[in-house]
Design a binder for this molecule. Structure first.
Ligand SMILES: *[C@@H]1O[C@H](CO)[C@@H](O)[C@H](O)[C@H]1NC(C)=O
Ligand SMILES: *[C@@H]1O[C@H](CO)[C@@H](O)[C@H](O)[C@H]1NC(C)=O
Length: 317
């Protein structure tokens, strides 16, 4: 009985935390939109629009770290409660979901045997913001990324809600509604590395202002502010490390490029061909040297300076 009570408490705490995080995220997205004035074409306008989507994306990558912090907090809380309730009784009440990280489109639920299961999300949050819509690899517009991941999950789990076998492989191509992508001209492409460098530095600076960088990257940001020769290189190194942070294998795979490609595609039609060029040897992985080269940075400046937080292996289901 007491066990059940504690379990209910844990679930309640997690749900409240999740809900408030959702609210925070939505609020953040709205405020950033109104703060920034849009300027002429290729300048801050498009880029800052993309930036806040990009921030949203990096937030979802941060979800893992956030989740870990939340687990620690809930565990503390639970220990307090059980200590207060009964000092000498050893209660080994742990929510099996606390240790589980489900992939996109899934949530952890406890089955009748008390085991953690990653099931398909039942209902995705209702989205009204058209920028939350996504275009898939089948050139179909979906309401949100959640809906796409949920559909893929349903197909993988052989649910009768799967719309067809091809949806096993549904992917998000970019954020926004599907549209005709203009070709990237030679002159647009030749200017793109410079704009990309600018953009990376601006994101890094914004994140520093909002105190969202680790101390290690904050130091690199300060250096980039004060030493012009380090400016683009530091921003490029930081982003490369950031993209690799999930696997930490010192390669940025095609999949790991998703957080910059998908949000930028709708605004910057050159991003896809640009990123293709970054993988110069076409092995589907971008090394730091390749990254520096396609951003037209001095290769001597591109020494690896990744922050090595996040070393713990996780249990994926
Ligand atoms: C994708 O869909 C959009 C909008 O329906 C259309 O304009 C575009 O031509 C399509 N692109 C491709 C590659 O079929
Ligand atoms: C700026 O960075 C360059 C390249 O790393 C370095 O050689 C130079 O000493 C730095 N300048 C200052 C003032 O720190």
């Amino acid at each position: 009985m007491k066990g059940l009570l504690a379990l209910a408490l844990v679930i309640a705490v997690i749900c409240t935390a999740d809900a408030s995080r959702m609210r925070r995220r939505h609020r953040r997205i709205r405020t950033t939109t109104t703060e920034r004035p849009t300027s002429e074409q290729l300048g801050r306008g498009d880029i800052s629009e993309a930036e806040h989507i990009e921030h949203g994306m990096s937030e979802s990558l941060d979800e893992k770290r956030y989740h870990e912090a939340e687990i620690a907090r809930v565990n503390d809380l639970l220990n307090e409660v059980s200590n207060e309730e009964n000092e000498d009784e050893e209660i080994n009440m742990e929510d099996p979901c606390l240790k589980v990280h489900c992939s996109a489109g899934r949530v952890c639920e406890i089955n009748e045997h008390g085991d953690a299961m990653c099931n398909c999300i039942k209902d995705c949050p209702y989205e009204t913001d058209s920028r939350r819509m996504v275009c898939t690899n089948f050139n179909e517009t979906w309401q949100s990324d959640c809906e796409v991941y949920r559909q893929r999950c349903l197909c993988l789990d052989n649910s009768d809600q799967c719309r067809g076998p091809q949806y096993h492989h549904v992917q998000i191509e970019y954020y926004g509604t599907c549209r005709e992508m203009p070709d990237c001209t030679e002159s647009e492409m030749s200017d793109f590395p410079r704009r990309m460098r600018d953009w990376l530095f601006n994101i890094m600076r914004d994140m520093a202002e909002r105190r969202e960088l680790t101390p290690h990257y904050l130091k690199m940001e300060r250096e980039a502010e004060s030493n012009l020769t380090r400016r683009w290189a530091n921003a490029a190194i930081w982003k490369w490390c950031d993209l690799d942070a999930q696997t930490n294998d010192r390669f940025v795979s095609r999949h790991e490029l998703f957080p910059i490609r998908a949000p930028l595609m709708a605004l910057e039609h050159c991003i896809a061909p640009f990123l293709d060029r970054c993988d110069a040897d076409d092995d589907h992985r971008v090394t730091l040297a390749e990254w520096g080269k396609c951003l037209e940075l001095d290769e001597l400046e591109m020494e690896e300076r990744c922050d090595d937080f996040n070393e713990n292996a996780e249990h994926y289901l």
